[in-house]
Design a protein around this ligand. Structure first.
Ligand code: SF4
Ligand code: SF4
Length: 170
């Protein structure tokens, strides 16, 4: 996300590109400084030569519904470059802030629904992306039967993903 007043107004009430709703991982790019980012608290991993960190990001904070990045000035290149569909729309003047904020509110409400249903089925690792957590909750232990809650979670997650594709993913 770019450094603008629109970003501040939209992103502080959203956080979905940092909290594991939109992404599983963030890959570091040329110019990023893994050591510095590690020192700032990001848990950098390396697999097959690619450095990345998992989401939810350890630098993401949400206090009383207000989101922030603890390392905003030093955030990695991918974070600087990413503007979701709503933010792009507002920055280009094609979408009003009012509409974008309503889309964010609707998406976050869906995330809450998914999280509540998921919590009724299984305890999942809060340090993994929402998609991973839902997949884990939907994985039945050997011999267990699918319940109506499993169907409810599957449908809620499909609804959320469709909404994210339509309104947020780029
Ligand atoms: S998903 Fe969009 S509105 Fe939400 S925090 Fe990321 S860039 Fe901002
Ligand atoms: S470093 Fe900051 S902007 Fe990047 S994912 Fe983490 S909280 Fe979000």
């Amino acid at each position: 996300m770019r450094d603008t007043t629109e970003t501040e107004r939209l992103c502080s009430g959203c956080g979905m590109c940092c909290d594991g709703v939109l992404f599983h991982t963030v890959e570091l790019q040329t110019g990023d400084q893994p050591r510095k980012l590690s020192a700032l608290g990001l848990k950098i991993r390396k697999q097959k030569g690619v450095e990345f960190f998992l989401q939810p990001c350890s630098a993401h904070r949400e206090v009383s519904g207000k989101c922030s990045c603890l390392i905003y000035e030093d955030r990695p290149a991918r974070c600087r470059a990413f503007d979701c569909r709503q933010l792009r729309g507002v920055l280009s003047g094609e979408v009003t802030e009012e509409v974008a904020l309503e889309k964010i509110r609707a998406a976050r409400e869906k995330v809450s629904q998914v999280t509540v249903i998921m919590g009724q089925i299984a305890e999942t690792n809060p340090n993994r992306s929402l998609t991973h957590r839902v997949a884990n909750a939907l994985t039945l232990p050997k011999g267990a039967d699918q319940t109506p809650l499993h169907d409810e979670l599957k449908i809620a997650m499909e609804d959320l993903e469709a909404l994210l594709v339509k309104d947020f993913r780029v």
